[in-house]
Design a protein around this ligand. Structure first.
Ligand SMILES: [Zn+2]
Ligand SMILES: [Zn+2]
Length: 360
């Protein structure tokens, strides 16, 4: 990890408006060399996280780490009477307890979060941590109200997309072919920062990233504050051998293929190890997964197994399949609770619902 953290970072700063003096993100990265690297482009100044004018983002929650679910659905929004209980907006989670606004993913749930933030003190500093740039994780960004307000600062973090920079993948949707407002018309200051596997901090939240298994690169986030730890997997499917039936097993030169796959899955388990709350992709039922293998998502059973293997205290099932209406979601929840109880009675199972707030 240390070597990874020392890798060159691609930093892209996009200042939509001209600023006489560029303000800096409150970013403290692990490793002297990384800090040195950052300081060439950014003044790494931890005191910025506690600037006098900044107020706790979540008044009354100073000593706690919490998450609030603004969007829990996978793949595509599913509004309508069949999803009113669990919600139809796509991935968006707010991390509460820090002095700044920290958000996991920018699915359509971020629109409501933006409206909610309208009543908060100005100017706003928001940090959006993207697991990846599939549309159900970025589609709400153009409708996140704070990007239209002068004086606000919005920092966007995440992995580079397959053939595009993080900036281009997110801002591509803000052109006239797709949306009536172009990126150049935004009034807030936007800063994009591409992430690798690394450790860093935002305000008093310590963060760590790790690659998951998905058709494009996904970063999971481990976030910690005041001794409590949460993990958000983003979209994730357990690694498996894509050529199991081939008669000739290919050697990688370092490992046998099966050992390498095991090692990849162990890295995921290790990342989740001992967390207080695991927010896990569990899009499919185990039965559905049989026909969706390779699509980059976990089944309920696989998500539960990850929580058990890693010794997580609680799991929140997340990124719900669009076809699962409320009644089916309730049945999935009951089944997951029953199965977890049989595997390890200490593991608590939640099923994420839009509007739900959970103390980590
Ligand atoms: Zn997704
Ligand atoms: Zn995805």
């Amino acid at each position: 990890m240390a070597e990874t953290a020392k890798r060159t970072l691609r930093l892209v700063e996009i200042s939509i408006r001209r600023y006489a003096s560029v303000r800096r993100p409150s970013l403290r990265s692990e490793g002297a060399s990384l800090t040195g690297l950052l300081s060439r482009r950014y003044l790494v100044n931890s005191s910025m996280s506690h600037s006098p004018e900044s107020r706790p983002h979540s008044p009354g929650l100073k000593s706690k780490l919490r998450v609030r679910f603004w969007g829990v659905r996978g793949s595509i929004p599913t509004p309508g009477a069949r999803t009113t209980r669990f919600g139809g907006n796509t991935s968006c989670i707010e991390i509460l307890g820090s002095s700044e606004c920290v958000i996991l993913d920018a699915g359509t749930g971020i629109r409501s979060l933006g409206a909610h933030l309208a009543g908060r003190a100005r100017p706003l500093r928001a940090h959006i941590l993207l697991s990846h740039t599939h549309w159900d994780h970025i589609q709400g960004f153009p409708l996140f109200a704070p990007i239209y307000e002068e004086g606000n600062e919005v920092f966007v973090y995440g992995p580079r997309a397959l053939d595009k920079s993080l900036h281009d993948a997110v801002m591509f949707q803000m052109q006239y072919s797709y949306f009536p407002v172009r990126g150049v018309e935004l009034k807030a200051k936007l800063v994009f920062r591409e992430l690798d596997e690394e450790k860093f901090s935002i305000s008093d939240i310590d963060l760590e990233t790790r690659s998951m298994n998905h058709p494009i690169r996904v970063l999971a986030y481990r976030f910690a504050r005041a001794g409590k730890v949460g993990v958000y997997t983003g979209d994730n499917e357990p690694y498996y051998d894509v050529l199991p039936s081939r008669p000739f097993r290919v050697e990688t030169g370092i490992h046998r293929r099966s050992e390498f796959i095991q090692e990849c899955n162990d890295r995921v388990t290790q990342f989740v190890k001992g967390c207080d709350l695991l927010i896990a992709d569990s899009q499919y039922t185990d039965e559905e997964y049989r026909t969706k293998k390779g699509w980059g998502h976990s089944s309920t059973g696989q998500a539960l197994q990850l929580a058990l293997d890693a010794g997580a205290k609680r799991i929140a099932l997340f990124h719900h399949e669009p076809t699962h209406a409320d009644a089916e979601m309730a049945a999935i929840h009951r089944d997951a609770v029953r199965r977890a109880r049989a595997m390890n009675p200490k593991l608590q199972v939640l099923t994420a619902r839009e509007g739900m707030t959970v103390t980590v």
